[in-house]
Design a binder for this molecule. Structure first.
Ligand SMILES: [Zn+2]
Length: 329
């Protein structure tokens, strides 16, 4: 069938009003969700003093107006993860020179007026604007007036401004108002309503998860948060001669009432240690779990030891993660 000019224009005209004002976002960080980076907080969609994410979950806090994308350790931050433009745009303003120091123990006063730390505000067109925060000192690769293509490097994930862990805080705004890119146009307090603004290829990786495992592994003795953050815990390789074999997990996004079980299995698949924690008394942004055994006389039997971490929420499985290590002499 021949399409007349008038009907062709008609089609284009019909298609425009619905989509012209929308934006499609790529991930503003150069890492893979679920491996190299994790979503710690979503936008708080609850206008009351309570907080609720777009799925009516707890992965947010009061007044949080952006998405926090976290790297798993300080070691990963030091190795460097790029912050990139989520869409084409023009840089409006930037700040660099703020130290990379965790807020922990310093008080909010210390970051007054520099809450965003090293950051950039980018005009993405049609009233869309995004702010990229907490980047590493000296990493800003753009200046105001620069034109960006989606994916262009803006800086690196850091620890500057009001933050206690290395992450990118990404605030999207439309006509000056913060927008949840996971739930554009959702009515207040709807659970899962609205439209995702992330590009189609990201939908699977960005599917909502009510908590995830940030770090996991095996050590030959007690594991500290410092050892996890520095990367030392992940580098250590226990052997059959290690004084102990300890499975460890750091999970994020846990809820009050969650029951965590970490079980260690020997090469025959027999459980040799289990740590079942009592239900959490309240929501926890992050939590560590361990399960281990001392070296038996004569050393550990060589072979594959496995661990399974499970979180039960309201009687249903919420998180499950299995991992293993081959013990050698
Ligand atoms: Zn944030």
């Amino acid at each position: 069938m021949r399409l007349g000019l008038s009907s062709l224009f008609g089609l284009i005209f019909l298609a425009l009003p619905a989509s012209a004002q929308d934006i499609t976002l790529r991930l503003p960080v150069a890492c893979e969700i679920g491996r190299g980076c994790f979503i710690q907080h979503y936008v708080d969609r609850d206008p009351s003093p309570a907080a609720s994410d777009y799925q009516c979950g707890t992965l947010t806090y009061e007044g949080h107006d952006g998405t926090d994308i976290r790297v798993p350790t300080m070691a990963a931050q030091k190795a460097g993860v790029d912050v990139v433009a989520a869409a084409d745009g023009t840089v409006l303003r930037t700040r660099d020179g703020v130290e990379d120091i965790a807020l922990t123990g310093r008080g909010r006063q210390s970051v007054a007026n520099t809450e965003c730390g090293n950051g950039a505000v980018v005009d993405h067109g049609n009233g869309w604007e995004a702010q990229y925060c907490h980047m590493a000192k000296g990493s800003l690769a753009v200046k105001s007036g620069d034109t960006l293509k989606a994916g262009d490097r803006i800086g690196r994930i850091g620890l500057s401004g009001m933050t206690e862990f290395p992450h990118l805080h990404f605030t999207l705004r439309k006509d000056g108002k913060p927008i949840d890119p996971f739930a554009y146009g959702a009515p207040e307090k709807s659970c899962g309503g609205g439209k995702s603004l992330w590009e189609a290829s990201l939908q699977r990786a960005l599917a909502y998860q009510g908590g995830s495992v940030l770090n996991k592994g095996f050590a030959s003795g007690p594991v500290t948060m410092e050892a996890i953050e520095s990367g030392a815990a992940e580098q250590e390789i226990p052997t059959t001669r290690s004084p102990a074999l300890v499975a460890f997990v750091r999970a994020i996004g846990l809820k009050g009432g969650d029951v965590q079980t970490l079980t260690l299995f020997d090469p025959d698949g027999k459980p040799v240690a289990q740590n079942k924690a009592s239900p959490l008394d309240r929501d926890k942004a992050q939590w560590m779990a361990f399960s281990g055994i001392k070296q038996p006389e004569g050393g550990f039997r060589p072979g594959l030891y496995r661990a399974i971490y499970r979180v039960e929420r309201s009687g249903k499985p919420a998180i499950e993660q299995a991992f293993g290590i081959s013990l050698r002499p």
